[in-house]
Design a protein around this ligand. Structure first.
Ligand code: CO
Length: 468
């Protein structure tokens, strides 16, 4: 009978196997086990197989030698050559991964054979390698634990990685596209269609539009808590991982625990900094010189899960939200494509977040876009960068909303009241708490965006006004 082989990561592969009691060798149960091991190894095309790989924690290995399949019981290495060599290895329990592993060229073993006879065996080259690999299994060691010289991934095997994707925002789209290109995305889950800002049309999320284009299953549940229809649907997909990026709803434990491995979240900050709803905006608002993206294993807390990968980007203070959001999304996509197979194969150790360094960011409200002219010009400029997508930066002029679309900082202080609009060196500037903000493009409520020169033509009393 062919037995199922345990696939890494699986704690059972990490057990230390017990020595076989030699008096049990003739029993029907033992004979069947040995027979099954041989059959399983041959069918799966392995060079060797260790009993713990089929969930039997006993010190038995089978090896496919040029003299046929041989069973070795309680094998023990009693001598190893100092000389080592590196050759490529694979393992039935670590599918899709091949790597060069350094092993002793020659070994001397003490073993017991199937009939109960003990023997001493010398093995060289490939056979020495296979013995060392299989005996490692008996001690809960996998070849990927060794210092690997070169790790070669077999890319087409990536297509066997099954993903369900949760996302709703613009930020979600580049990540989904990359996942679809490289893995098997079984379904997308996205927010429901919403009334568009203007008129009575409805608008679908970018994820839904892309899913439709690709004929991907797209689910839009109204709620994700206590939704047994949704749970059954997702469970039936038998995904390896769920990947979540700006989905918009908090996932309940039932969903977090559903995939074979984990629910992963893409968070656009260097966690533990900026847990919460607006990490990109907050990094810009604070004028940070670096930020990044983290991919974490979700838990029930807010962005508190263990970190799998993190990558930094440097900021030069010219980026606005739309630009940075896209950049981080593309970076997250790249990280996932490169590293997800390693995670699936159990090669990544999740790292705890440093609880002493946690910081949070808030949900953005519409009034966060209003300028306080007491702030420094630099702070106001950062506010413009942070809120470029929504809610924008605005002030009030004659009781009307005036959007500031483009502006620049002028590092100069004038003896003038804060909020006053002044013409200076051919530019129109507003006096701030510190420094000046030069206005370049504006938009008055209900009108079109215009350059400052054109704006002045329509609003002759603009210069000289003091903004609140
Ligand atoms: Co193996």
């Amino acid at each position: 009978m062919i037995r199922e082989i345990l696939i890494n990561p699986d704690k059972k592969l990490r057990r230390i196997s017990q020595a076989v009691d030699l008096t049990t060798l003739g029993t029907a149960k033992m004979k069947k086990l040995i027979c099954d091991m041989k059959e399983t190894m041959l069918v799966k095309d392995g060079l060797g197989l260790a009993a713990p790989q089929i969930d039997v924690p006993l010190r038995i290995i089978t090896i496919n030698t040029k003299d046929g399949v041989i069973v070795f019981i309680n094998p023990e290495i009693i001598q190893k050559s100092i000389g080592k060599e590196s050759e490529e290895e694979g393992c039935l329990s670590v599918p899709g991964i091949y790597a060069k592993v350094k092993r002793s060229k020659k070994i001397l073993l003490k073993v017991c054979l199937e009939d109960g006879e003990s023997a001493e065996i010398e093995a060289k080259g490939l056979m020495a390698r296979v013995f060392q690999h299989e005996i490692d299994h008996l001690d809960g060691v996998l070849f990927i634990d060794k210092q690997l010289k070169k790790l070669c991934m077999i890319l087409e095997k990536n297509k066997r990685i099954k993903v369900v994707y949760f996302g709703s925002a613009e930020f979600s789209l580049p990540i989904l596209k990359a996942l679809v290109q490289n893995f098997s995305v079984l379904a997308c889950v996205t927010e429901q269609d919403k009334p568009a800002q203007r008129g009575n049309k409805v608008s679908a999320t970018p994820v839904k539009l892309f899913a439709n284009e690709q004929a991907l299953l797209c689910l839009q549940p109204e709620k994700v808590k206590n939704n047994s229809d949704l749970f059954n649907r997702l469970k039936s997909l038998k995904a390896d991982v769920f990947v979540v990026a700006a989905y918009g709803k908090i996932l309940p434990a039932e969903i977090l625990n559903m995939p074979r491995l984990a629910c992963l979240n893409v968070h656009p900050s260097l966690l533990p900094y900026y847990r919460g709803a607006s990490p990109i905006q907050t990094a810009l608002l604070n004028g940070d010189v670096e930020t990044g993206v983290s991919i974490i294993v979700m838990d029930e807390g807010m962005d508190s899960g263990d970190v799998l990968w993190q990558e930094k980007v440097l900021l030069d203070k010219s980026e606005n939200y739309n630009f940075l959001s896209e950049r981080l999304s593309l970076l997250a996509a790249e990280i996932l494509v490169k590293n997800l197979p390693n995670y699936i194969s159990g090669l990544i150790n999740p790292q705890k977040q440093d609880d002493s360094a946690v910081s949070f960011c808030q949900k953005i409200e519409k009034q966060d876009g209003r300028v306080n002219w007491q702030d420094s010009a630099e702070e106001i400029y950062n506010q413009l960068r942070a809120y470029s997508d929504w809610p924008g930066l605005y002030t009030l002029f004659k009781g009307q909303k005036l959007d500031i679309i483009k502006a620049e900082v002028v590092f100069e202080d004038l003896e003038e009241p804060v909020g006053k609009i002044i013409k200076k060196d051919g530019r129109v500037v507003v006096v701030c708490g510190k420094g000046l903000l030069a206005l370049n493009v504006l938009k008055l409520a209900g009108r079109k965006e215009v350059k400052i020169v054109d704006f002045l033509n329509g609003q002759r009393d603009f210069v000289g006004t003091v903004l609140e």
